[in-house]
Design a protein. Structure first.
Length: 163
């Protein structure tokens, strides 16, 4: 295959690599000041917050074209039973789980650019004391007490409506 591109451009194109995405997890317990910050692999500090190294995996995170979301499963190691007390006291129920997805170079340079997804803990699927915990996550808008605000069709935005 022949090309008319300059040799320098071809050399630079061969150097290009995809930038890795890193998932940072933050769990905030409901009605308590306790929080957990962790990520898979090594320990990092990003935006002044320390994320502990802990093996974890988020699976089943998907959205359909009509906006329907799945219930992903967050599996994490439970070293020394750090989640045991919160799980047995019911403090993980409705805890907010936030995933920050950050490019590796932004993480290394402490740049505040990320994508964020939030869920709440629907239920604890499995707790193996001192080994692992599995949390079923639910969409923030899913639940019995959640209401979506209605749209109001009122003047002046809608002059044809009279009160």
């Amino acid at each position: 295959m022949t090309t008319t591109a300059p040799v320098e451009h071809l050399q630079e194109a061969l150097k290009l690599q995809a930038d890795a995405e890193v998932d940072l997890f933050y769990i905030k317990l409901k009605n308590l000041a306790a929080e957990f910050r962790f990520k898979s692999d090594d320990e990092v500090t990003w935006q002044g917050k320390k994320y502990e190294a802990m093996a974890c995996k988020l699976s089943g995170d998907s959205q359909s074209a009509d906006g329907e979301e799945s219930r992903p499963l967050l599996q994490a190691m439970n070293p020394l039973g750090i989640f045991n007390s919160a799980a047995t006291k019911g403090q993980l129920d409705l805890a907010v789980v936030t995933r920050y997805r950050v490019l590796r170079r932004n993480l290394d340079n402490d740049i505040n650019i990320y994508t964020r997804r939030m869920w709440y803990v629907g239920r604890i699927r499995e707790l193996i004391s001192g080994q692992s915990i599995s949390l079923e996550l639910r969409n923030m808008t899913e639940g019995a007490n959640f209401q979506i605000p209605c749209r109001q069709f009122m003047p002046p935005d809608y002059p044809m409506v009279t009160l």
